[in-house]
Design a protein around this ligand. Structure first.
Ligand SMILES: *Cc1c(COP(=O)(O)O)cnc(C)c1O
Length: 372
């Protein structure tokens, strides 16, 4: 394929911007901004027609492959407001690379990362007034790719649509939240090596819903997934990567192909190494976790992900046995330090020694009522 300059992004402004919700009502993923980005793919044309349009329902042929075979990928990242009012993204290149990797696994053509990166910049700047200012709030950006070819044959689609929507996120998770109780899942599995676990795709979530619902009905916040083959090694917690501080070492499951390569996971490992704290990426048997809880060496445990950043785990339930982590009822010191440091870097409150943040600037005028 010849290298060509990306097509310019067409913009059709929303003439009827919505009122912004109150910060207290935000929650996660309940309100959407005034615009969305879209572009299309056909085998013969590649990705084309990049455009920003008013947010709204999309039309999809009922035979679109995604609706029958789940061929899709997605990403999740956030824009943050800095103390001086600027807007920052956190390691967006990692999300775009991961989207391309997920695409490869799902048989979807790669994206033009430069073009999607420009689309993020334009969309965030256009809807910048939707980025809340209160501490702990952010604007969540959700790009996703759907197989839209109307054909019920089981084969990779020859047509796709990339859509990107944005939702303001409240400060629900501020301070990393209180430690939660987690149920160790011994019946269901979410992914196996060789399957889709390393890709960000809807099917992994579909596989997790029943277990999550059963755990929630028993009062647990999330499930801790074990590997699908031996039912023995730790994988992830809910849809977050998981870390344990056992004694003076911090351990997390190695990327084996069945868990997601989290941007927050990578950032936590880099920070810990920077601080001189020993880390290990390896297989962690549930028996090792249980033994450490029983003998009092399980000092801290936490999940990591873009949504909650760092989320402390207070106890684990293993077939009815309560396994306690650290000091009951409070997040451990390292969990808190990681949360503060990461959110500090993300919002520009703390120095960014790794060059992780990308400041957005540009002349894009925010959407205002009455403009076209
Ligand atoms: C998105 C996701 C994560 C967290 O990844 P981040 O890049 O840190 O947000 C972890 N596990 C699963 C299954 C995910 O989908």
């Amino acid at each position: 394929m010849p290298i060509r300059r990306p097509e310019p992004i067409a913009v059709r402004r929303n003439r009827r911007p919505k009122p912004k919700p109150e910060t207290d009502a935000l929650g996660f993923g309940r309100f959407f901004t005034d615009h969305m980005f879209m572009m299309d793919y056909e085998d013969s044309r590649g990705w084309h027609d990049p455009r920003i349009v008013p947010y709204g329902p999309i039309e999809l042929d009922p035979a679109a492959k995604v609706l029958h075979y789940g061929q899709m990928t997605f990403e999740g990242m956030k824009a943050y407001r800095s103390p001086s009012g600027g807007i920052r993204l956190f390691r967006p290149d990692m999300n775009l690379k991961r989207l391309s990797r997920s695409n490869v696994r799902l048989g979807i053509p790669p994206i033009d990362e430069e073009l999607v990166s420009e689309a993020i910049r334009r969309l965030v700047l256009l809807d910048r007034d939707w980025l809340p200012a209160a501490p702990g709030t952010s604007l969540y950006i959700r790009p996703f790719i759907l197989a839209v070819e109307p054909l019920l044959g089981v084969s990779p689609s020859r047509e796709y649509r990339l859509i990107m929507i944005m939702t303001p996120v409240g400060s629900y998770y501020e301070k990393g939240g209180d430690p939660v109780s987690i149920r160790i899942e011994t019946e269901y599995v979410r992914a196996v090596r060789g399957g889709l676990g390393g890709a960000k795709t809807a099917g992994n979530y579909a596989a997790s819903l029943k277990a999550q619902e059963e755990a929630a009905s028993r009062g647990f916040a999330q499930v801790l997934w074990l590997d699908g083959v031996h039912r023995k090694y730790i994988e992830e917690v809910g849809s977050m990567n998981v870390f344990f501080r056992i004694g003076e070492k911090v351990v997390t499951p190695a990327l084996s192909g069945s868990i997601l390569d989290g941007v927050t996971r990578d950032s936590v490992l880099r920070l810990l190494n920077h601080w001189g704290i020993g880390t290990e990426e390896r297989r962690i048997a549930i028996d090792e976790v249980a033994a450490a809880c029983r003998n009092g060496t399980m000092a801290e445990a936490f999940g990591t992900g873009t949504a909650a950043v760092v989320s402390p785990i207070g106890e684990l339930d293993w077939d009815g046995e309560r396994l306690l982590v650290g000091n009951p009822g409070e997040a451990g010191p390292l969990t808190r330090r990681l949360y503060d440091e990461l959110t500090g870097i993300q919002t520009g409150r703390a120095p960014d020694p790794f060059g992780w943040t990308v400041a957005l600037d540009g002349s894009e005028e925010p959407a205002k009522p009455g403009r076209d």
